[in-house]
Design a protein around this ligand. Structure first.
Ligand code: GLN
Length: 537
């Protein structure tokens, strides 16, 4: 029987609801329970796929090809359970589903309303595709008090009433600010936030208080009293050195114990915190460090390359080295300053991207890495740029480019192939952008005797994709004759998936996004190998 845990947020956003949900999920999973994590986002976009990273940070892609909120990345990294399309929904998707149904006349002439039609659709989402899970943890995006979140809060209130109060638990995460001037912490914002929640009909069972410093018992008592929550269920979360310490800190605060107690359950197994302790120790005590340059358009945004930053850290954990991420704005990189900017860098990484801005800076960095034997990893757009650089400077095709940003170029990258999945032809159209890319997990065959095969230790791999454009396969022999090997191809041999340089210390480009599959407890081999090569520069 599935039990539902709803996680809401109060006072301000960005308190770490995703991380708290993921940590709780790990603790429950580690004690022998099957968990599932889901996210409901209150914005009107149908999915975050069409949103700029400035708006929303990274778009996380699932195995089955959904473009989702980056919190799903945390969920996967902490629990090692792959999320699915059915684990993320937005207000936009809910409304578009309901309106589609209305247009088909499926509401039989009734007036279609937020309650019950929208709330019913939300409840359907919560319960959909649940098989043998013991716990379904549903995070509600936004902050209590926002107009946008109201239908979701109403839906979870109804859900708990309909399914039985003992089957659903409400966790509310709030901010408990510390005021320097008076040297005290303040519980008032928490009281107000809980009051707001209760006015909607939701009484939280557990309150997680995010605070700069530890909350004294007297203050916990106050929160307990004013918010009508037992004192054992007032849990604090104080800033941690690394996010991977979060499961340890929530365990110390007995979050999992209180959750199990609420549902009248006992642990099935003893919790295992050793991996997190080991990781935290490596990250906080590492003596050696290396500088990896990430060159992209959104490098100044903290969350724009979230999974990538994490995957590089994981690669560092595996090599016992701290990875300093040196973020370089590709726009600012010119032929004249590339050498100076990359002088002390141990490895160069060009992440995924879209559009023309910054491409010449990326190409200049790739040329520098290629000629100076600096380990290079190009991901998706980064691989496409590496192919363009090679075409221009080695094959001497001066106007080599991508039709994505230059229609008149010699198209080494272009929309030349359609792709087939499950026997169906998939292709993006111009007037509909969302969800029209080559998305999700696809297989690639790796060439015998290639560097990449040696890294993966397998001849068939499966990785997640999110792109429209492809490397022009008809140029394969031209590239290979000059030393750029197409060492991974789609099973039908039409789409280049991986390129590598023969005469280079470590130079690899991949059309997919390996960062989505890296886990702190299971670092991705490609990132481990890249960091290893960079470490011994
Ligand atoms: N813009 C490129 C494409 O659509 C690369 C996309 C990406 O890097 N995710 O193919």
């Amino acid at each position: 029987m599935a039990r539902y845990i709803f996680v809401t947020g109060g006072v301000v956003s960005s308190l770490g609801k995703g991380l708290s949900s993921a940590s709780l999920a790990y603790l429950l999973k580690s004690q022998g329970y099957k968990v599932r994590l889901r996210k409901m986002d209150p914005y009107l976009n149908v999915d975050p796929g069409t949103m700029s990273p400035f708006q929303h940070g990274e778009v996380f892609v699932t195995e089955d090809g959904a473009e989702t909120d980056l919190d799903l990345g945390h969920y996967e990294r902490f629990t090692n359970v792959s999320c699915k399309k059915t684990d993320n929904i937005t207000t936009g998707k809910i409304y578009s589903d309901v309106i589609k149904k209305e247009r088909k006349g499926l509401y039989e002439g009734k007036t279609v309303q937020v309650i019950p039609h929208i709330t019913n659709r939300i409840k359907e989402f919560i319960k959909n595709d649940i098989k043998k899970e013991d716990f379904v943890i549903c995070e509600i995006g936004g902050t209590v008090g926002d107009i946008e979140s109201l239908p979701f809060l109403e839906a979870i209130r109804q859900f708990s009433n309909e399914e039985g109060f003992k089957k659903s638990l409400f966790v509310h995460l709030t901010l408990v600010p510390y005021l320097k001037s008076s040297d005290e912490i303040k519980t008032k914002p928490t009281q107000h936030s809980v009051k707001e929640l209760r006015s909607i009909g939701i009484q939280p069972n557990i309150i997680i208080c995010r605070c700069e410093r530890s909350i004294e018992i007297s203050q916990r008592r106050k929160i307990s009293q004013f918010c009508n929550v037992s004192i054992d269920n007032v849990i604090e979360t104080v800033d941690v050195k690394t996010i991977y310490e979060a499961p340890i800190s929530f365990y110390r605060e007995k979050l999992d114990k209180q959750v199990l107690k609420f549902f009248n359950l006992l642990p099935r197994k003893k919790v295992n915190l050793n991996p997190w302790k080991k990781i935290t120790k490596i990250i906080s005590t590492k003596k050696n460090s290396i500088d990896i340059a990430i060159i992209g358009k959104y490098v100044n945004l903290k969350d724009a390359y979230k999974s990538l930053d994490e995957a590089l850290t994981h690669g560092g954990i595996n090599n016992n080295v701290k990875v300093n991420l040196i973020r370089i704005e590709s726009d600012e990189l010119k032929i004249e300053n590339t050498r100076k900017e990359l002088k002390n860098i141990s490895g160069v990484l060009i992440p995924g991207g879209f559009g023309k801005r910054g491409t010449e800076g990326k190409i200049s960095a790739i040329k520098f890495a290629r000629l100076n034997n600096i380990p290079f990893l190009g991901i998706c757009f980064g691989m496409q740029m590496a192919v363009i650089e090679f075409a221009r400077n080695v094959l001497k095709i001066k106007n080599a480019g991508s039709t994505e940003f230059n229609k008149k170029c010699f198209p080494v990258i272009g929309l030349m192939n359609e792709w087939i999945k499950d026997g169906k032809l998939l292709k993006g159209t111009r007037d509909e952008l969302g969800g029209t890319m080559r998305l999700g997990s696809y297989a690639a065959n790796l060439r015998h005797n290639s560097i990449i095969k040696n890294i993966y230790k397998s001849s068939v791999i499966s990785e997640r994709h999110r792109h429209r454009y492809e490397v022009n396969i008809s140029l394969m022999s031209k590239f290979e004759n000059k030393g750029m090997i197409f060492s991974g191809l789609s099973p039908d041999k039409k789409l280049p998936e991986i390129i590598e340089l023969k005469k280079h210390k470590w130079f690899i480009g991949v059309q997919f996004h390996p960062e989505f599959k890296s886990r702190p407890l299971f670092p991705h081999p490609l990132f481990s190998s890249f960091i290893k090569a960079s470490k011994y520069k």
